[in-house]
Design a protein around this ligand. Structure first.
Ligand code: SAM
Length: 285
């Protein structure tokens, strides 16, 4: 069958089904085959790969994934796209379509039911309005996924990959880098989509680490420290932590903790490495 990602084929499908794009569902369909090939090549899928795709749209990425992977499970929320997908993917026996909200699907169940013995990866052109909750949900549940290769808003990809001291470094950088090694693969301009989004996009690959990059005894406290440090960006670390209302220690006690850890109290949260956040969260109360 013709590649669904060509603008002409997509227009034909839209016309045939009288499909209307739903802005609220982040529907910006990829119409650039070079970008699609980049996603496929960088996601490194093979016969033993089970792929979870979130938001298949009319199935252009799904089709390319199905040609390489052992099996693809594509989760689509929009009811109007289900009959289209049923037709466009009819020739692919290794594709399972789930009509549901990806945020509500029990991914653990999908993995154990559909991908026994396979290397599981997530590959998607994500609906941007749920980028962070989807990715954090996949990571926090510690599912057996080896990598996540996704198209997301460029600015969010830059935040995920940012290092201490860089302007984009923040709580999201730490959350993502705690669980994965991120790498931006490509930046993608709005004219690669139909309809065009208002923002630039990027393809990012997150390689999931076997275990988090630092050992943290109390993860909840670790992320509280991160949240407090970045919650008041213009404040020094000692002020941000003591004003957060998340810890029992007095300002003086927090100062003492920082001194013990050799972290200057007038540093700002955005300069701290994940290791320093881990040490701080072990010592603060
Ligand atoms: N994969 C297609 C492509 O690359 O052309 C479409 C990508 S489009 C950016 C995002 C897709 O996610 C749309 O098909 C949209 O309907 C779907 N979607 C939006 N919210 C969703 C959700 N909560 N769960 C599953 N799919 C969702």
């Amino acid at each position: 069958m013709d590649r669904l990602s060509s603008a002409g084929t997509l227009k034909e499908i839209i016309h045939k089904y009288q499909f209307r794009f739903n802005k609220n569902l982040g529907q910006n369909f990829l119409i650039d085959t070079n970008v699609l090939d980049k996603i496929i090549n960088h996601s490194e899928i093979g016969e033993n790969t089970g792929v979870i795709e979130i938001g298949p749209g009319v199935g252009s990425l799904t089709q390319a994934l199905a040609e390489k992977a052992g099996k693809v499970v594509a989760i689509e929320l929009d009811t109007y796209l289900i009959p289209i997908l049923t037709e466009t993917l009819a020739g692919y026996e290794n594709v399972v379509i789930i009509h549901d909200d990806a945020l509500k699907v029990d991914m653990q169940r999908v993995i154990s039911r559909e991908f026994q013995g396979m290397d599981v990866k997530v590959v998607a052109n994500l609906p941007y309005y749920i980028t962070t909750p989807i990715i954090m949900d996949l990571l926090e549940k510690r599912l057996h996924i080896s990598s996540i290769t996704v198209m997301i808003q460029k600015e969010v990809a830059q935040r995920m990959q940012a290092k201490p001291g860089e302007k984009d470094y923040g709580a999201l950088s730490i959350a993502v880098q705690y669980f994965t090694k991120p790498q931006i693969i490509a930046t993608v301009s709005p004219n690669c989509f139909m309809p065009q989004p208002k923002v630039d996009s990027a393809v990012i690959r997150l390689d999931v680490l076997d275990k988090p990059i630092v050992q943290v005894e109390d993860e909840k406290k670790f992320f509280h420290v991160v949240k407090a440090a970045f919650g008041q960006r213009r404040k020094t670390l000692v002020n941000a932590l003591s004003n957060a209302g998340l810890f029992r220690m007095s300002k003086q006690e927090i100062k003492d903790v920082l001194k013990e850890l050799d972290i200057q109290e007038n540093r700002r949260g955005e300069t701290l490495s994940i290791m320093e956040f881990a040490a701080l969260s072990a010592a603060i109360d």
